[in-house]
Design a protein around this ligand. Structure first.
Ligand code: HEM
Length: 409
């Protein structure tokens, strides 16, 4: 590589790249696959092979406390102690052996039997949301479907009674919004709001735990309480696990649904194919996850000097692992920029891989399959709304989705 190309700046944070990062990913894969982006203060990996190896490399730590701290430099730490405690206990930010222990016990909340029981909850929740808009002939996919669906679904799965679900959903949204927040001015306001919700959320989960200790049902909180008790683990960890499940299930699905609808509407021949062959819906969801994933980047911190494809990332440096860039790598996928719902062998990295592979992947796949199947059956004439353009989110490179996505049907 020449000195000139070495010095070239690939601005991953430009407005253009935040809206559509794929052309920049392509340049990076060919010209600078292991790239130090000075302005952002992180390394960026864009090739499938490097990304796949990095998510499985335990020299890259998931303990991102340093990242949170840099985001909140100007804040009185005492004012946000509740949210920091809640987020600080999340296993997604832990390394082995602590992660191994937490992951094993969390799996008890996602048994095959439990998942099958939740299928009906997903059907009922999707239908009830679509009932509200069906007669109107138009909706905002984000406000009317993709944001309420996962939070309501998880609230039901956790056994939150109907009269408390609105409040529960609001706490989850406040906390998830701060969790996914970029650096910048608004982060302070989001942190303070999230701190208040963290107090209420923690109190509420602790109250549920006490109830379930006395009276077990088949909801997720009961399954987790039983597993924690059987293993002799401290139940104080449960609020953090619950908020992780809520946040991880909410921010992702809320973005995947509009991203997927966008891919279908901008590729009408694929939409027609799916309408005429609804049995392809499972493949279509996998292709949406590959083509425009809601989590295009995950972060790690190098625990020691790590050499990747000939470049040495120094100890302590931040590494942004480009799941979205890997998903468009022509070395791995034929015609990667083509959205093709019949694609097979689709080994995308949208749910990551390795020890932190998405714990909710089976649930997410079930939820997304039911959602798209129901949507296209009930609203087969779905189209863009010519009078209202979709508005993309563009505050952060870690999550990619829409703020609003108006459609007609
Ligand atoms: C389209 C939907 C989803 C996508 C794209 C997605 C993506 C991901 C990714 C990329 C990771 C790895 C994060 C990292 O290593 O830093 C992850 C982890 C995780 N996801 Fe998902 N996810 C989705 C849905 C869900 C759902 C529905 C749930 C639960 C209800 C969930 C729960 C989790 C949990 C608990 C982890 C942490 C696992 C661990 O640290 O061992 N996710 N997800």
């Amino acid at each position: 590589m020449t000195l000139a190309s070495e010095k070239r700046v690939y601005n991953l944070l430009s407005r253009e790249a935040l809206l559509n990062p794929y052309p920049l990913y392509e340049k990076l894969r060919t010209e600078a696959p292991v790239y130090y982006f000075e302005e952002g203060g992180f390394w960026f990996l864009s090739r499938y092979q490097d990304v796949e190896a990095a998510v499985c490399d335990l020299r890259l730590s998931s303990d991102k406390r340093a990242l949170y701290a840099s985001k909140l430099l100007n804040l009185d730490k005492d004012a946000i102690k509740n949210i920091m405690k809640l987020l600080g206990g999340m296993m997604v930010d832990k390394d082995p052996p602590e992660h191994t222990r937490m992951r094993k016990v969390s799996l008890s909340g996602f048994t095959t039997r439990a998942l099958e029981g939740w299928r009906e909850i997903i059907h009922e929740t999707t239908n009830s949301l679509l009932d509200k808009v069906q007669a109107r002939g138009c909706m905002d996919v984000v406000q009317d479907l993709s944001l309420p669906l996962p939070s309501l679904m998880i609230a039901k799965i956790m056994g939150v009674p109907e009269h408390q679900r609105a409040e529960f959903q609001q706490w989850a949204i406040d906390i998830a919004t701060f969790w996914g927040a970029p650096n910048g001015e608004e982060v302070v306001e989001l942190a303070l709001r999230a701190d208040k919700s963290a107090v209420l959320f923690t109190e509420y989960i602790n109250h549920m735990i006490e109830e379930r200790k006395r009276n077990k049902t088949d909801d997720m909180i009961s399954l987790l309480v039983t597993a924690y008790e059987e293993n002799g683990f401290n139940l104080d960890e449960l609020p953090s696990l619950c908020i992780l499940i809520l946040c991880a299930g909410l921010v992702t699905t809320a973005d995947l649904i509009p991203n997927g609808i966008n891919a279908l509407l901008t590729n009408p021949e694929q939409l027609d194919k799916l309408k005429s062959s609804p049995q392809l819906v499972g493949y279509a969801v996998e292709e949406m996850m590959r083509f425009d994933p809601p989590v295009p980047i995950i972060f790690r911190i190098a625990k020691e000097d790590v050499t990747i494809s000939g470049k040495t990332i120094p100890q302590g440096h931040i590494v942004a692992i480009g799941l979205g860039a890997a998903n468009r790598d022509p070395q791995k996928f034929d015609s990667p920029d083509v959205f093709d719902i019949t694609r097979t062998n689709n080994e995308h990295l949208g749910f990551s891989k390795g020890i932190h592979f998405c714990l909710g992947a089976v649930l997410a796949r079930m939820e997304l399959t039911i959602c798209f199947e129901t949507l296209l059956r009930r609203m087969p004439n779905i189209s863009f709304d010519a009078n209202n353009q979709p508005i993309s989110k563009r505050q952060t490179i870690a999550f990619k989705g829409f703020k609003s996505f108006p459609v007609k049907f």
